[in-house]
Design a protein around this ligand. Structure first.
Ligand code: SUG
Length: 416
């Protein structure tokens, strides 16, 4: 068994659009009504995957969910007189953000030694609450080997659970026992706190995590109020490193102390507000980065292009690189179509520590498969969608057919 970390990126679906559905997500609200470019969006995602495949030698993906979701359209009694945001919900391509697909506890952390996955119920937002049954169906195929994986049901409502976006893992090596850190929010601010403490605790119990290697931390209400609707907008961890803004947690020092008590080797790379304000961190998504351990053991931070364009963020990055901290490279990627809906490089991926040989290989990428996926996207994904098009039967049929063409090409027709 060679346990390694695999990033499963969500392929951007053919109905990708900007309907402004996520209250508290500044990018989603500020791009509401803009035309979207699903083909370009999906190709940006494939280019990111190709980069990481070259860097790491392994990369996975998850398929878009069926959209528009005609059952939800019917359940909402959509007849053309409904508010546009209700009409748009069944069309959302939000499953691209696979950091919200599930919470994953790798085998070395769990009581039975299996990798446990709990699909996120995403109950706070209507357009996201429709995801989990289809996500679970996909996870049950990709991780079907019961000797190595357990795929659970979602946490029951009303405890909101948003998956890996509010979960971090500290470890000496990916295949060694780690400390799992769950970050939850408290209601009361101007925006919803999407991750409920009891959802996090339930997932930890269900996954069989050892209490002494599990930490629960409250997110800073000021961060949620500033637009950090998930913790992964202000912090990310990899190996022993926590990369975080200094306003990420309700009690910043208390959070470090709690993590260090469970994981003494913790190495904190903290960005002070004096260098990058919370607002600028959220605008550029500096922390919604993929912090990767490269084959030579050094770490690289994969950030959105928007970071390079920010004098404050890029200035901080250059100063950080001139020092001798654990992060040795900062690599910008263009995921602007996803970013405009509040999804950066880290939102687009779900990390699963496992032996690649135990995963259904249809979900693993290689160069030839990336070529194939690109060809289907180039031929079938709509070039542009205006929010006014949502509801159109012609567009619905073409989006449904485009997804089915991709499933067929990948031998995954059973997901149809
Ligand atoms: O849930 N955006 C997503 C972005 C999710 C980002 N994921 C992480 N941070 N891990 C959300 O808010 C926008 C859809 C719209 O407005 O049409 C949206 O759902």
């Amino acid at each position: 068994m060679t346990l390694t970390e695999i990033n499963f990126d969500g392929i951007v679906g053919p109905s990708h659009n900007y309907a402004g559905l996520s209250l508290g997500n500044i990018a989603s609200a500020s791009h509401a009504g803009d035309p979207s470019y699903p083909r370009a969006a999906a190709l940006q995602g494939i280019a990111k995957m190709r980069g990481n495949l070259a860097r790491l030698g392994v990369q996975g993906f998850l398929l878009p969910l069926p959209r528009p979701n005609l059952a939800l359209t019917e359940a909402l009694a959509c007849d053309g007189s409904e508010p546009p945001q209700l009409r748009a919900a069944p069309w959302s391509a939000s499953s691209m953000w696979t950091a919200n697909a599930a919470t994953v506890s790798p085998g070395p952390d769990t009581a039975d030694g299996r990798c446990h996955l709990t699909p996120a119920n995403l109950v706070t937002m209507l357009h996201r609450a429709q995801e989990w049954p289809d996500t679970q169906a996909q996870l049950k195929i990709a991780f079907a080997d019961h000797r190595h994986f357990a795929v659970h049901d979602a946490v029951p409502p009303t405890f909101g659970d948003e998956g890996a976006a509010n979960h971090m893992r500290l470890c000496g090596a990916h295949d060694a026992p780690g400390v799992e850190v769950f970050v939850y929010g408290r209601t009361g601010g101007p925006f919803p706190a999407r991750q409920h403490e009891q959802a996090s605790r339930l997932v930890a119990r269900r996954h069989g995590l050892a209490p002494e290697r599990t930490v629960f931390i409250e997110q800073n209400p000021a961060a949620i109020a500033a637009g950090a609707f998930h913790n992964d907008v202000v912090a990310v961890a990899n190996g022993p490193v926590l990369f975080t803004h200094d306003m990420a947690f309700a009690d910043q020092q208390g959070a470090y102390d709690a993590m260090r008590a469970a994981f003494p080797a913790l190495e904190v790379v903290e960005v002070p507000s004096s260098a990058v304000s919370l607002k600028e961190a959220i605008r550029t998504y500096l922390f919604n980065a993929q912090l990767l351990t490269l084959p030579d053991g050094s770490m690289a931070l994969i950030v959105p292009e928007e970071c390079r364009e920010s004098a404050a963020v890029w200035g901080w990055a250059e100063t950080m690189l001139a020092g001798n901290g654990p992060i040795r490279q900062v690599i910008p990627v263009d995921v602007r179509q996803s970013m405009a809906n509040g999804g950066g490089p880290a939102c687009l991926r779900l990390r699963v520590v496992c032996d690649p040989a135990t995963v259904d290989s249809r979900f693993l990428l290689d160069e030839a498969k990336a070529d194939l996926i690109e060809r289907v996207i180039a031929a079938r994904w709509p070039a542009q969608i205006d929010p006014a098009d949502l509801g159109s039967e012609v567009l619905a049929n073409s989006a449904i057919a485009a997804r089915l063409a991709l499933l067929e090409a990948l031998g995954l027709g059973e997901l149809g």
